[in-house]
Ligand binder design. Structure first.
Ligand code: ZN
Ligand code: ZN
Length: 348
């Protein structure tokens, strides 16, 4: 039996924390559930999931549909697209059977790459490797989640570059239905007609748009994600802010920064998993005066989930006395100075 290998290469960088990651978890489950009811897919499709942030990691090796359990996505710092591509190519070498003169190997692997940002490593070498040895014998579909994916870079990997324009729950659900439909039509077309190439489902009615990759992308940080630690449980959480631009006109000319960041939420992360997916620490700083909104602590429920200790780290506070979980200093809550403070930001 010739297998149809499907790879999911999924960006799990900090900006994906919260709703997007939850939607990807959910989407992977629905893809698998639905494919299991499809006779063509059941016979041919094998699935592999590779997650990447600062590092790439296999969450599931190439597995037949019936034996596949959708993994839970981790979160990490960084967007190492180069490392992710190298990981993918090494895995293709290892897991996909090639066709030779007297042996019919697997069908052309299909790779779905989901990303919401810009590479934080230097992916050029990996891109070159992909173009020389893999591009012609794999089908790749790159999906920029939201407007900040580096579509010009993705265009070097494949001509199938699409952008999911809105990232609300309904759009995500429709998008994953489209991925499922594309896998179904592709497995049917290899089984019935022996056409060894991807067959994408129509995108009509979905907020998914084919991108002209010759146009340079405007690369901009849409989110600020800050690591914090709970004073009571010592557990880590991430505080996520989304960038907004003030509607008051002329602020820029007056010397004010028209951009600010509004609170999206605070999310607990498993520290070991987070460290395992991150590559070093980020040196980005952001000033607290541009941040709007304070979360409660998602670990212990403390009212103040965003308090900056003298040591420069973010902790939660009960409003009375609390020991900093980063440096051990005990302190009471004081009003910060008008200048705000610069706090460490994730790598995105
Ligand atoms: Zn707490
Ligand atoms: Zn401290």
């Amino acid at each position: 039996m010739r297998r149809l290998p499907i790879y999911f290469l999924i960006d799990v960088s900090e900006s994906m924390v919260g709703e997007p990651i939850a939607q990807v978890d959910d989407g992977m489950r629905s893809i698998i559930q639905e494919l299991r009811t499809d006779p063509y897919a059941l016979e041919t499709v094998y699935v592999s999931v590779i997650a990447f942030a600062g590092k790439a990691k296999s969450l599931s090796p190439l597995t037949e549909l019936n034996m596949f359990y959708p993994p839970k996505m981790p979160v990490g710092g960084g967007t190492a697209i180069g490392a992710a591509l190298d990981y993918l190519m090494d895995d293709i070498d290892k897991s996909v059977q090639r066709t030779t003169a007297d042996f019919k190997g697997d069908w052309k692997p299909i790779v779905f790459l989901f990303t919401d940002g810009t590479a934080t490593d230097k992916p050029d070498k990996a891109i070159e490797r992909w173009r020389q040895k893999y591009m012609s014998r794999c089908s790749m579909v790159c999906i920029s989640i939201g407007e900040n994916g580096d579509t010009a870079m993705l265009g070097k990997l494949t001509e199938n570059v699409l952008r999911l324009n809105s990232t609300d729950v309904v759009s995500f659900k429709a998008f994953f239905k489209w991925v499922t439909a594309s896998i179904k039509t592709s497995s049917m077309s290899v089984s019935d007609r022996g056409i060894d190439d991807i067959c994408l489902a129509p995108t009509k009615g979905i907020n998914l748009e084919k991108v002209d990759t010759r146009v340079a992308t405007r690369i901009d940080e849409n989110f600020a994600v800050l690591p914090a630690r709970c004073s009571n449980t010592k557990k880590m959480y991430l505080i996520k802010y989304a960038k907004k631009t003030s509607e008051i006109e002329g602020l820029g000319e007056l010397g004010f920064n028209p951009n600010y960041f509004r609170l999206v939420g605070a999310y607990p992360v498993d520290e070991a998993t987070y460290e395992g997916m991150s590559n070093g620490k980020s040196s980005h700083k952001i000033n607290t005066t541009v941040l709007q909104g304070v979360p409660t602590c998602p670990c212990c429920g403390n009212q103040y989930g965003f308090v900056v200790c003298e040591c420069g780290n973010i902790m939660c506070h009960d409003g009375m006395r609390q020991v900093c979980p980063w440096c051990g200093t005990e302190g009471i809550l004081t009003e910060g100075s008008g200048e705000g403070s610069n706090v460490g930001q994730g790598q995105g």
